[in-house]
Design a protein around this ligand. Structure first.
Ligand code: MLT
Length: 243
């Protein structure tokens, strides 16, 4: 898994570990499978003009008020945050609703990690819903890649690690992989869930957390590969579809 002539592929398992990685000039993939980066892929593929990730609920409300045709959305601890119009369910953003609108989004972990990455060349978001599109993009860039798991309040989580493993598994021949968290993520993917992520993920802590709010349908949706084959890329403060 290692050929030093190739660009580097690494996995950061928690935002708390981000400072250990050199992201300068790299492509960083922000991963929050349940559910921020799944919602971002769904909203953009269904016609949103952009998604603006913001850190706080207050900022979300203020920005939403200042942008025409925008909606404010997001969650705290998995529940729709007070003061916002919509939540963080990908199914809340079908074409009939989100087309031509801007989604201003704040979430517990996903948008936080996005704002923590400072010096990358490129920031994109990834989830099972856009797995193959993300992999094709990463191979084409020929740059160092860091797969950044948003995790849960800095704690390791299964769903983001599993997705990172799926990416490593698909693209490892194009990169130098000398990173044990990438090896571990790949191992997890190969030995647990290849082809059936949701069966494995039903035993994860966030699945259980969101299930308590009746959101099992969201997670089944988020585990579906390639339903929304777009690459959300950060341009300034906005995530838009890479073209
Ligand atoms: C997050 O950013 O922590 C998540 O997307 C939480 C969720 O809505 O499930």
């Amino acid at each position: 898994m290692s050929d030093s002539a190739l660009p580097r592929l690494e996995v950061c398992l928690s935002p708390a570990l981000l400072h250990l990685y050199d992201t300068k000039g790299a492509v960083v993939v922000i991963i929050d499978v349940f559910r921020a980066t799944s919602t971002i892929a769904a909203a953009l593929h269904n016609g949103a003009t952009c998604v603006i990730p913001v850190a706080s609920v207050q900022e979300c409300i203020e920005l939403g008020n200042s942008i025409e045709n925008s909606i404010t959305a997001g969650e705290r601890d998995g529940k729709v945050a007070e003061g916002l119009q919509y939540g963080n369910s990908p199914s809340e953003y079908p074409k009939e609703f989100i087309n031509d609108r801007c989604l201003v989004l704040t979430t517990t972990n996903g948008t936080r990690l996005l704002h923590m990455v400072k010096d990358a060349d490129t920031i994109i978001t990834g989830a099972f819903l856009n797995l193959s599109a993300v992999c094709d993009f990463l191979v084409a860039q020929k740059k160092n890649v860091l797969l950044g798991c948003a995790a849960w309040k800095d704690r390791f989580n299964l769903e983001d690690t599993l997705f990172a493993g799926a990416v490593v598994n698909k693209i490892k021949d194009h990169f130098s992989v000398n990173c044990d968290s990438a090896r571990a993520a790949n191992y997890l993917f190969e030995h647990s869930a290849e082809g059936d992520a949701i069966t494995f993920l039903r035993d994860s802590s966030h699945y259980k957390r969101l299930s308590a709010y009746g959101l099992q349908g969201d997670m089944e949706y988020c585990a579906t590969p390639d339903l929304h084959p777009v690459v959300p890329i950060l341009k300034g403060k906005e995530l838009v579809i890479y073209k």
